[in-house]
Design a binder for this molecule. Structure first.
Ligand code: G3H
Ligand code: 13P
Ligand code: ZN
Length: 323
C-alpha cells in the first residue's frame, strides 16, 4: 500500500479551497453520459476503505463509499467519517459518503449531521403511499442541507440489515409507479428491483435480469422530463467463482453461491444504471485472503499480516470492477 503524500485541494461549494467529500450529482451526470456506472462499496473498517480507494486511485476513478446501519453500529459514524475524510485527503479523489439502506428519518438525519453527502432512505418494505410520504420527508430535510437522496421501489430478495425478503416475496419495480414516485418525492436517484438480490446466493439457475423493465422505467422518466435520471442497482456483486474456490480451499464451506455476471453489469451501466452496489464481493475477498494467509502462515500472529493480505485482495477486486 503506497501512501500518496501529494494532496490536492479543491474548492468547496462556497468556493473555498479545502478537501471535501462530494455529492453524487456530478458523478451520475458524467456516468450517464459516458455509459458507465460508479462503484458503490460498503465499508466497515480501515482496511476496506484503503483497499477500495487505493484501487480507485490507481484507476483515477470517482467512488461512493457507503455505510449501512449495522456498519454505523459496528464502527461508529465519527470513525467512519474521519477515515473517509482521510481517504479524500490522501487520494484527492472524488469520494461521496453515502448511507446505505437508511431505515428511518432519524438515521438519515444523523448521517446528514455527521457530514455524509448522500443518504438512502429505504422504504421499500412499506406500502406505496407510506414509502412516498417517508421518502419525501427525508428528501426535504436532505435537500435543505445540500445532501442528495436515493430511495427504493420494488422489493429485492435476500438479506440486508434486519430485513429479510424471501425469493417469492420479491417484487419487481412497476414503471408507472417509478415515475409517480420520482415526481412526488423529488428523490435524486432510484434503486430498482429487476432481478438482483442481496447476498451470495442470487440465482438457483441461470442469472437473469429484466432489462426490458429497466428500459421502460427510463423511457417513462425521460418522457416526463426526467432526462438522464440515475438508476441504482443493489445486490450487484458478481460472486467470483475463483474467490469462492479460494475460501473453500482453505477451510470455507460456501456452496451454491452465484452472482451477477460481468456482462450484465456492463449492460446495466450502458443503460440508465449509474451506481452499482457491492458488499458481498468485498466480504468474500477479505475472507478468502484471511483464510489463505492463516492457513499458509500458521506461525504468524501479527494482525497486519492477514489484514494487509485482505486489503490487497480488496484492492485487486475493486481495480478489476472499475476496469
Ligand atoms: O445491502 C446491505 C449491505 O450488504 C449491508 O449489509 O447491514 O450487514 O452491513 P450489513
Ligand atoms: P451485494 O450483496 O450483491 O454485494 O449487494 C450489496 C448492496 O446492495 C448494498 O446496498
Ligand atoms: Zn442494497
Amino acid at each position: 500500500y503506497n501512501f500518496d503524500v501529494s494532496i490536492k485541494y479543491k474548492p468547496n461549494r462556497k468556493g473555498v479551497f479545502t478537501l471535501a467529500l462530494v455529492t453524487t450529482k456530478e458523478m451520475f451526470e458524467k456516468a450517464y453520459k459516458g455509459n458507465y456506472a460508479i462503484g458503490a462499496f460498503n465499508i466497515n473498517n480501515m482496511e476496506i476503505i484503503q483497499g477500495v480507494v487505493s484501487a480507485c486511485k490507481k484507476r483515477n476513478s470517482a467512488v461512493i463509499l457507503q455505510v449501512s446501519k449495522s456498519a454505523l453500529k459496528y464502527a461508529h459514524p465519527v470513525y467512519l467519517k474521519k477515515m473517509v475524510d482521510a481517504a479524500v485527503e490522501e487520494t484527492g479523489l472524488d469520494i461521496a459518503l453515502h448511507l446505505d439502506h437508511g431505515p428511518d428519518f432519524e438515521t438519515c438525519k444523523l448521517c446528514i449531521e455527521s457530514g455524509f453527502t448522500s443518504v438512502m432512505f429505504d422504504g421499500s418494505h412499506y406500502d406505496y403511499e407510506e414509502n412516498v410520504a417517508k421518502t419525501k420527508e427525508v428528501v426535504d430535510y436532505a435537500h435543505a442541507h445540500g445532501v442528495v437522496v436515493e430511495a427504493e421501489l420494488g422489493k429485492l430478495a435476500g438479506v440486508e440489515d434486519e430485513v429479510s425478503v424471501a425469493e417469492g416475496h420479491a417484487t419487481y419495480t412497476d414503471p408507472d409507479q417509478a415515475l409517480d414516485f420520482v415526481q412526488r418525492t423529488g428523490v435524486d436517484s432510484l434503486a430498482v428491483a429487476i432481478g438482483t438480490s442481496h447476498g451470495a446466493y442470487k440465482f438457483k439457475g441461470d442469472a437473469k435480469l429484466d432489462f426490458d423493465r429497466l428500459a421502460v422505467i427510463t423511457e417513462k422518466l425521460e418522457n416526463a422530463g426526467f432526462k438522464n435520471y440515475p438508476i441504482v442497482l443493489h445486490g450487484a456483486s458478481s460472486v467470483d467463482p475463483d474467490v469462492i474456490a479460494l475460501c473453500n480451499k482453505y477451510g470455507g464451506d460456501i456452496k451454491g453461491a452465484k452472482g451477477i455476471p460481468y456482462d450484465m453489469l456492463r449492460k446495466a451501466s450502458s443503460m440508465a444504471v449509474c451506481k452499482i452496489n457491492m458488499d458481498t464481493d468485498i466480504r468474500l475477498a477479505m475472507t478468502a485472503a484471511v483464510r489463505e494467509f492463516m492457513a499458509e502462515n500458521p506461525d504468524k500472529f501479527d494482525p497486519r499480516g492477514y489484514l494487509g493480505a485482505a486489503r490487497e485482495k480488496i484492492q485487486a477486486l475493486v481495480e478489476n470492477k472499475i476496469k
